[in-house]
Design a protein around this ligand. Sequence first.
Ligand SMILES: [Fe+2]
Length: 481
Amino acid sequence: MVGLIESVIRKGVSVGVLALARYNRSRMPRLSGPHPFLSGLYAPIPDELTLRNLPVQGRLPPELNGRYVRIGPNPITPPQAAVHHWFVGDGMVHGLRLHGGQALWYANRWVRSTAVSQALGEAPAPGPRHFSDTVNTNVMAHGGRLWALVEAGGYPVALGDELQTLAHDPFGGSLRGSFSAHPHVDPETGQAHAICYEAVEHDTVRHVVVGADGRVQRDEPIAVRGGPSIHDCMITSRFVLVLDLPVTFSMSTLVAGYSFPYRWNPGHGARVGVLGRDAPGSSIVWCEVDPCYVFHPVNAFENDDGTITLDVVAHASMFEHSHFGPDAPATAFERWVVDPAARSVRRTVRDTQPQEFPRIDERRTGRPYRHAYTVAFLREGKHDFRPDTRLIKHDLRDGTRAVHDFGPGRHPGEFVFQPRHGEAAEDEGWLMGYVVDARAQTTDFTVLDAQDFTAPPLAVVSLPHRIPAGFHGNWVPEEAA
Ligand SMILES: [Fe+2]
């Protein structure tokens, strides 16, 4: 998520506002302590590395042939801490190449924005730019290529075999605006559905569909008010769900000089839009919900009675207190029943443990499902946003959960599910992710058996450095990109 102040100002705000924002930024007092998202688990690392033929503890499943890739912010030059927001840092991709039970390499690469290239003494990366070119939020394969993604600004960035930046690329010229970091691929059609918004246009968002061939097939405007930040969406078999929640563009925050001009705005209201996947944007049905914020839906599916079940990780508020990053632990894993006929949403808390980064077996996207995997977060402190040491496996059919605890000081990031084979049962497969040892300042790429969730890892590939806590990633099979 990037809302680079300079870019926003250049595009849509007057020169006078720009001058005022710069002035205010220059007068911002220094932080009295460390920036919470430039220190500890989040502190950036200084180097790009390529480590080959890595030792494996345990047994890497020989079926895992491909790359595990994950991205997050890693500012290449120290930002002005007093105005820096975690979401605007330069993107860095971290990946492991697995083949036949071996870990062939680990590599980390900055995604080349123009500023990153400049800092590295390189020529700018090829390709057109939208109004910002920092890309830091997700990395996934689609249409036969590997993409780094961000919302509200930069075009997708095509990445090469060892995660090097190839080009900024609006899907071969077929994308006419910003994209999203959270497209959801329909497992039947292979289409990627995303809700996209521009930091500089506050009355329209877009439903964008990218075909399995990697080209935009649909770009449908949807009217909104007030510039909501819509981080993610969800699909069902027939609908796309739009989360219009009370985090909105804040001119006063921009003028004050902060790098991320979005704030909690309960006056905006909160609603879930239900739009037919091929329907005009004007036909969207808005369903009111109690104000809260959702970065990440878990999944959704249609019910026989016309309602839609939407599972989410809901935060009581967001960007209400801190200007540095998310400022409240996730409140709960919730099940929402969206009723388009009544234009209402009924919320039920399924798990009060703070948690984030939900993932599922994505063969079940938009369909009834049973299992979800999340990272537990610490409970204390409304200004805090730190993973604790546990992963959670939810059994939503039985209403139970299992916990995998990595032990003191060992913090997992998002874990990704990969089925053992195409016909495998919903949880028959592997979970993969990075676990950071905060004391040793090392990272374990870790593979769990999803059906034996609490058991010790099947395999660990230890890396001799800390991968900064980041955002999202995916498993990329050899044949996918
Ligand atoms: Fe996200």
